[in-house]
Design a protein around this ligand. Structure first.
Ligand code: FE
Ligand code: FE
Ligand code: ZN
Length: 276
């Protein structure tokens, strides 16, 4: 069975997210480790985590994906912002070990005019400072749309970061369908070509999760506005080709479309019907 789920609110804990996911026929989910704008994370409720892991083990359920706050920018020009990114990331790595062997996704960052090279170097430095030998979490670099000075809209940039990180066996990539389309990778007309390129530059085995989104904007727009599945410029057929691709079909698929729970439930149904 395909692993599909959506972004859920973490405010009521892990068990609540698990139950909410089951109510919409999902078997994975994504959540923010803390307020998306940053700030302090709630204390881990160990009782809640224990119950979650027990239940998770009983189910045919995929890995879950934690998402770092959007404000986390490892390659900011501002020292304080970089320090904040480091502290949040370090704290999140500790918190992730309460739910071992799962995935943690972050936006590589925006170099804000310092140049891609400087950005890549600052990101790699922080990763080298926070990753540790016996961690069980896989940290995912998200493919970005290339809005503003975002790093990570080209596969080569992600490759560069991975190459500079010592413990890069802890690193993977989360491929966001809206972002790669907006970045200029034509997953609508040439999915195989895009995946071949990814394989040549990074290696397909690095992809550990897919953000399944349609795009409000045109191909190569560098905009990053998600749309409901089938209502954007990628379209349902192309998205189903992603879901059914033999190299991708066993990954967790996470919806980040503009929806409430009812809307997510419908999209999950569409994907389950359309998946082999
Ligand atoms: Fe994201
Ligand atoms: Fe995403
Ligand atoms: Zn996005």
């Amino acid at each position: 069975m395909i692993n599909i789920g959506c972004h859920l609110s973490a405010s009521a804990g892990y068990m609540n997210m698990l139950e909410e996911s089951l109510s919409i026929n999902a078997n994975t989910f994504q959540f923010f480790t803390r307020n998306p704008r940053g700030g302090k994370a709630k204390d881990i409720d160990e009782n809640d985590v224990r119950k979650f892991i027990d239940k998770w083990n009983e189910l045919d359920y995929g890995k879950i994906l934690a998402h770092a706050p959007y404000t986390l920018n490892m390659c900011s020009a501002d020292e304080r912002t970089r320090q904040f990114a480091y502290e949040v990331f370090e704290d999140d790595m500790k918190r992730m070990e309460y739910v071992p062997n799962n995935l943690y996704n972050f936006h590589p960052g925006s170099h804000v005019g310092q140049g891609v090279e400087v950005g890549i170097e600052l990101i790699s430095q922080t990763l080298n400072n926070v990753l540790f030998e016996d961690m069980t979490t896989t940290v995912l670099l998200e493919t970005m749309a290339g809005k503003g000075s975002e790093v990570g809209s080209k596969f080569e940039e992600l490759r560069e970061i991975i190459d500079r990180v010592e413990l890069n066996d802890k690193l993977g990539v989360c491929l966001d369908t809206c972002h790669v389309f907006d970045a200029g990778y034509d997953i609508v007309n040439d999915l195989d070509g895009v995946l071949q390129k990814f394989d040549d530059i990074i290696g397909l085995d690095r992809i550990k999760a897919i953000h399944l989104n349609d795009s409000k904007n045109a191909f190569a727009s560098h905009k990053d506005r998600h749309e409901k599945l089938g209502e954007g410029n990628i379209g349902i057929e192309a998205l189903l080709r992603v879901v059914n691709h033999e190299k991708l079909c066993n990954l967790p698929f996470l919806l980040e479309t503009p929806n409430d729970l009812e809307g997510y439930k419908k999209e999950i149904e569409i994907i389950r019907k359309g998946s082999k």
